[in-house]
Design a protein around this ligand. Structure first.
Ligand SMILES: Nc1nc2c([nH]c(=O)n2[C@@H]2O[C@H](COP(=O)(O)OP(=O)(O)OP(=O)(O)O)[C@@H](O)[C@H]2O)c(=O)[nH]1
Length: 126
């Protein structure tokens, strides 16, 4: 079981999604930025670290939204979603090949990583 933290970053009524680059697992799928939680790392600290590494931005983690367990066949992840706010920085892609700020209600139009779909659905219910 792999624990992965995902940042739902809100800015002006939109959320940030990022497209996984060609060489990665689930290449071409859109996801909420984040990554694997390191041993003894808190999910909140993981998100601040990953967003600085992957997109070169500073975020503030606000609260936990939900966990979702997803089985990809050869491995299973627990995806831990947190509500975050954008603090500062200009996005520079170091890991993804595209990012977009989208309305929550438009999330179903994007080819989301399967583990993210229940999270998108929860966001749309709010
Ligand atoms: N970051 C992120 N990963 C997700 C999401 N949904 C989802 O299924 N995943 C999966 O969770 C795993 C996280 O791996 P990652 O590649 O983003 O993490 P990382 O940067 O820490 O790892 P790496 O150094 O091995 O590339 C991948 O298998 C990815 O496909 C999501 O919304 N955000």
């Amino acid at each position: 079981m792999i624990s992965v933290a995902a940042a739902i970053i809100f800015r002006e009524n939109k959320v940030l999604i990022a497209r996984r680059a060609a060489h990665k697992h689930l290449a071409g799928y859109w996801e909420f930025p984040g990554g694997k939680i390191e041993p003894r790392e808190e999910p909140e600290a993981c998100l601040v670290r990953e967003l600085a590494e992957e997109l070169m931005i500073i975020i503030q983690v606000k609260h936990h939204i939900m966990d979702h367990i997803h089985n990809y066949g050869n491995f299973t992840i627990t995806l831990k979603a947190y509500s975050c706010t954008f603090v500062s920085g200009e996005i520079i892609l170091t890991d993804h090949d595209e990012v977009l700020w989208v309305n929550v209600d438009d999330l179903p139009s994007y080819h989301l990583a399967p583990a993210d779909v229940p999270i998108a659905n929860r966001l749309m219910q709010k």
